[in-house]
Design a binder for this molecule. Sequence first.
Ligand code: EPZ
Length: 419
Amino acid sequence: MKQIIIEGNKSLSGKIKIGGAKNSVVALIPAAILASGNVKITNVPNISDKDALIEILKLLNVKVKKQTGIIEIDSSEIKNNVIPENLSNKLRASYYFMGALLTKFKKVEMYFPGGCNIGSRPIDLHLKGFEALGATVKKEEEDSKYIIEANELKGANIFLDFASVGATINLMIAATMAKGKTKIMNAAREAEISNIADLLNNMGAKISGAGTEEITIIGVKRLHGGEIKVIPDRIEAGTYIIMGALLGKNLVIEGMIPEHNIVLLNKLQEMGVDFKLQNHKIILNKSKNLNPTNVRTVVYPGFPTDLGQPMAVLLTQAHGISLFEETIWENRMGHVKYLNKMGAKIEAERQHAKITGPTKLHGEQITATDLRAGAALVTAGLIAEGTTIINDAEHILRGYERIINKLSSVGANIRITEI
Ligand code: EPZ
């Protein structure tokens, strides 16, 4: 098991460069198998989720060439459409192979996806969308195995009961070569969706409206090779911005797209955080006397659920009471008991939390329960007095490329060990 060890309360000065977005690259890789030719993906982050998907590609007999930050995918000899349970449940994004393999082979067999333990995480919207496109969905092995097949995929009007990121992307992929026109209504608008649409269009798809609540896809006969650059990771950027608000001494976060973090920056402004925006970078200084504020996570472009946990650490340092509500996932409070063990004052009840600050945090031995809870624990360890040991640090490495190097390079005393 990996542990992250932090000696806290060190100022953060210097530059942190934001990498490619995890929640983009985990969809771009499966989408690439639709191409009859080579697909090149650049600005690929060095995260373990990417490696799990490459394992699946290899199983499908897809040729993968890797170099730093670049993946080249050649599906000309792809010949398998069955993904075993041990690979399906490695990460949530394995489910994008449902849309991709259904399109490629008109049949796919795989298991319920994995991912962070932050709720039941159903995939009913994906499956209903595949059925709307003409597929049948069979479940086996106590509903853990899915066999999805179609004689032909035909364009349809699909209304999503919830603006689901995964369902929007999966159905966009599945509709690219369906016969006729597909409309996805109440589509998710997260920035990553436009990145995937850009790749598919670069491969010859006809997708319009990505990034809005209505996406139209005109089916095409084939998709050729293409190229895409992964957009900067807005959640990685937001996490380091929060750390800069707590410990920055002219900390520069660069290579981000500020528009993707507008709602976080508005909140920081409300709190009185000292930051300056310059094109694709932000300069942060530790802010005294932070004002409390209320945070409610909602679908894009609202406050992102994936920043709720790191944000809770900033709220523990605000002078007063802040109210927090998580509306996307039913169980995203895995960080609370550990922050309280470090000296925070957070009263949490299901999806609501009341955070009283400021509280002095001290180092403790704690455990990462999921990716973003882990990011919150790193943030708390950085401001705590003394030593913090974070167990199950593998969760954190799934979504934050080279987090130890990036934080050490700006003055944090942080290391990782294997026990
Ligand atoms: C994506 O998950 C992200 N993961 C999540 O980030 C992120 O929290 C989430 O979008 C919301 O922004 C990836 O992109 C790999 P959803 P996804 O479908 O697609 C319900 C991280 O930390 N729902 O938008 O799984 C669901 O239960 C991760 O990087 C259904 O009911 O999220 C949830 O309440 C965590 N039925 C809500 O919709 C479905 O078929 C949002 O889910 C699908 C979803």
